[in-house]
Design a protein around this ligand. Sequence first.
Ligand SMILES: [Zn+2]
Length: 426
Amino acid sequence: MHADDTVRDLLAFLDAAPTPYHAVAETARRLEAMGYTRFDESESWSLGTGTKGYVVRHEGSIVAFSMGQGEPADTGMRMIGAHTDSPTLHLKPHMTREAHGARQLLIEPYGGLLHYTWFDRDLGVAGRIRLADGRMVLVDIARPLLRVPSLAIHLNREVYESGFKPNAQQHMHPLLSVEDGPSWEEVLDEALSPHGATHAEVLAHDLVLYDVTGAALGGAGDAFVLSGRLDNLASCHAAIRALQSAAENPLPQRVTQVVALWDHEEVGSRSASGAAGAFLKDVITRIAGTGEGMRRALSRSLMVSSDMAHGVHPNYPERHDGDHMPRLGRGPVIKWNVNQSYASDAESGAQFVEACRDAGITPQNYNHRNDMRCGSTIGPWAAAGLGIRTVDVGNPMLSMHSCREMCAASDHEPMIRALAAHLGRA
Ligand SMILES: [Zn+2]
């Protein structure tokens, strides 16, 4: 596939994935088109050389695996990790109220969002709903249904001096309609009608808001990808595309390949389906066995944890260490933090450099300023949980955790090539 087609395919993936559940459903659809079979954690599995499978846990996380000809204990495994979730506004359990002539929904912030970017956006709602008949259904109301209006400057003169500091409990509940307008229940009925259900059958839900403006190319020469959720759906897409491109290698596949896409990274990964949980280990145990075989396999394996990186912002270059300023358009970044906010070390970093070299890429390096607190990602959780060598990487981006983010279009295809080279290394 041409590089432009690859980026267009990324836009389609972003638009298909307003929530982690939709991201997993779209990933599963793509895996099935690639010949992967769904395995259910509650069933017994029969696996063998060449088995291509995937497992979904709690709708928001997915692990895909392609078993090679070699025993994992002898060859190790080649793994990629990424996360499916992004900061957003989640609807509260009791979510409706009427106030001053407006119908509103009530939100709870999820993750470290940039609050101000959610104001004056055209917001849709999507997520999962558990119905009384036992079905878990995905819904997506992809039109400007909700809006968090900002306060007029005439009522907020102090914003120039003191900055914009919205209170998430008071100031971020979106408007749904006017006093006599359609109710939330009517909207839900519309969203549930394809599933043959109504709001009366809803027992519980996880619904989030998202910007309905579609993913787009922008800038001169379409230099940029503009979209919500680039952190970290761009890495999820790159991981799946890498799996696809590694499968096109005409040589027999000796090493087992694994891609894990986890929910809940933005809130610390500590959940039943998050990277700090046992999901990946549970799947690997079924592939590589328990005891010595599993230990031998893990000791020979490498995890590339791919999460978007901080490109240098041309208006704020002083926020970076001056000698570690990844640039948009210069391709994949290795993230280093000696205090283990990132899991990269001399060996895992070197192996990613080698994979990049195989793909004709020179990676960039990121290291946080010593006088600022560093963010973290899934890499250290996977490394600690499995005792596996891990390298943290990602493509550079700007506006991270904004309602609408940006990265360089030209960086996407090199990341896929680097990840595919990693998967294909014997
Ligand atoms: Zn991330």
